[in-house]
Design a protein around this ligand. Structure first.
Ligand SMILES: Cc1ncc(COP(=O)(O)O)c(C=O)c1O
Length: 493
């Protein structure tokens, strides 16, 4: 073709690879420095207004030097994350991540694998993790599993598979109203809000979730559960789903899983376990017996990014009946046709087990973490966090100004500063203490309500946390609390 212009040579790859490589090494070194010396930093710090404003600038039109963009990251982003890599972070339920997981994430991004399907080893890596989890939780060979964003999504998938079990696969075309049955589900007062959200998203409505009270150990009261199931059946409802929790978000309580499994079986209901962080206690020989009954679950949801320390995000769902799981999501499409050879081989694919077609390679950072630290190594860090929680409990009990608000079942300690004030004022003081702790950069617990009282809640999830970090939490709580007590006394004088 005489006269045709050559194709454009422009790509997004570096024009100067050696310079890019040098910059890449600097960026890696910076993140390794950040992790190695994280103790020198505050856990968290408030974001200055001028920094926040910088993130309102318009879409850049021209290119910028990678080193300049990275300098902005170091200055304006890195110091202002929530700080869950820091050993003083104890809020909510956040894992700390690991350097090996970080490198694996970089490798996954380099490969840029789309793990929705097709015949590729990244899918085999995910299948291997599925098999490992199947064995760990003693699920049958026919069980299926899938990486998802987090336990909220995993619980939602479980509700959808249970919906197929109850209504048949035609529910996908005809909708939940078509059978005319009023399906209802059950979980405890201590369960995470995403179970109600899953019922909402699945089309049942959150009112179809019955909230069962808990006993003094914050476990679902199984006798009330059974009474409610019987009453609902009598009133024309169809009970179909029971969600027990292994490690409740507020206090770390583990429901009686074997009891709940037997009850669900008796009433021919789906038995789901939300083990968002607690399920991986299975890796710790001293804790695993506490999960007795989990092996009977029809589905199990958990996150590798919590106690498993895999960098965010790495949620996971395991389903006992893999065929039912497949029937819930698989959708034939010409552009996704399967073959027996070529890249379209290797069916079923991960996209047949969940709503995502395009999916990142979450399995790789999980696989690296399990390979690098071993199941025993991760189990030991999980046991350590529980031992530390026990230490914190003892410290709380040893301070007359502090009061323990809930039993310490695993790794979560709920306590409060005993302010000699009205109920409301004392709650307010404890909320203020938690905010002071966060803003001081010393420790970052969160708060919750336990038996109607505001609790300072320390969830020890991070493998870097030590007894010294807990001592600092106690000393700072006492100091902030004493200063509020003084202020309040002056106000009332
Ligand atoms: C018991 C429980 N279930 C569900 C969730 C939600 O998990 P995710 O944040 O991964 O969606 C959490 C989060 O902490 C949890 O503790």
């Amino acid at each position: 073709m005489v006269g045709a212009s050559p194709p454009d040579q422009h790509t997004l790859d570096p024009a100067d690879w050696p310079a890019f490589r040098a910059q890449a090494h600097r960026m890696l070194d910076d993140m390794l420095d950040y992790t190695e010396h994280i103790r020198r930093r505050p856990v968290w710090q408030p974001i200055p207004r001028e920094v926040r404003t910088k993130f309102q600038s318009p879409l850049p039109q021209g290119p910028a030097d990678l080193a300049t963009v990275h300098a902005t990251f170091l200055r304006d982003i890195l110091p202002y994350s929530v700080g869950n890599a820091h050993p003083g972070f104890m809020g909510w339920v956040h894992g700390g991540g690991t350097p090996a997981g970080m490198l694996a994430e970089m490798l996954a991004a380099g490969l840029n694998a789309n793990v929705g399907g097709r015949d590729q080893i990244p899918v085999e890596v995910e299948r291997q993790v599925v098999r490992w989890m199947r064995d760990l939780f003693r699920f049958p060979q026919t069980a299926s599993g899938l990486f998802v964003t987090g336990t909220s999504m995993a619980n939602f998938i479980a509700v959808l598979v249970a919906r197929t079990a109850a209504e048949g696969a035609q529910v996908r075309r005809q909708g939940v109203a078509s059978s005319g049955r009023r399906l209802v589900a059950y979980t405890s007062f201590a369960a995470h809000g995403c179970i109600a959200q899953a019922m909402d998203l699945a089309g049942f409505g959150s009112n179809a979730l019955r909230i069962i009270p808990v006993n003094e150990r914050h476990q679902m009261d199984l006798s009330v559960l059974e009474e409610r199931i019987v009453a609902d059946r009598h009133d024309g409802f169809t009970p179909f789903f029971v969600a027990a929790t292994a490690g409740t978000v507020d206090t770390g309580a583990i429901d009686d899983l074997a009891g709940a499994a037997a009850l669900a079986k008796r009433h021919r209901m789906w038995f789901h376990v939300d083990g968002a962080y607690g399920a991986l206690a299975m890796l710790a020989p001293d804790l695993a017996p506490r999960l007795h009954g989990i092996e009977q679950a029809d589905s199990l949801a958990f996150d590798f990014n919590k106690w498993g320390q895999v960098p965010y995000d790495a949620g996971f769902v395991l389903v006992r009946d893999g065929a039912l799981h497949y029937q819930t999501f698989a959708s034939p499409a010409a552009y996704l046709r399967r073959e027996t050879r070529g890249m379209a081989a290797g069916s079923p694919w991960p996209c047949d087990f969940g709503p995502d077609l395009s999916r990142g390679f979450r399995a790789l950072k999980t696989w690296f973490t399990l390979q690098t630290y071993g199941a025993a190594g991760l189990g030991a860090t999980i046991s350590k966090t529980c031992a530390l929680a026990h230490y914190l409990k003892q410290r709380v009990e040893g301070e007359p100004e502090l009061e323990l608000l809930a039993p310490v079942s695993l790794n979560i300690v709920c306590f409060r500063y005993r302010a000699d004030l009205s109920h409301e004022m004392a709650d307010e003081v404890n909320r203020e203490i938690a905010a002071d702790l966060q803003e001081s950069g010393i420790a970052a617990p969160s708060t919750t309500i336990v038996n109607g009282r505001v609790a300072i809640r320390a969830a020890i999830v991070n493998h870097r946390t030590t007894a010294d970090d807990l001592d600092r939490l106690i000393e700072a709580t006492l100091a902030f609390g004493a200063s509020y007590a003084k202020t309040c006394a002056r106000a009332y004088a």
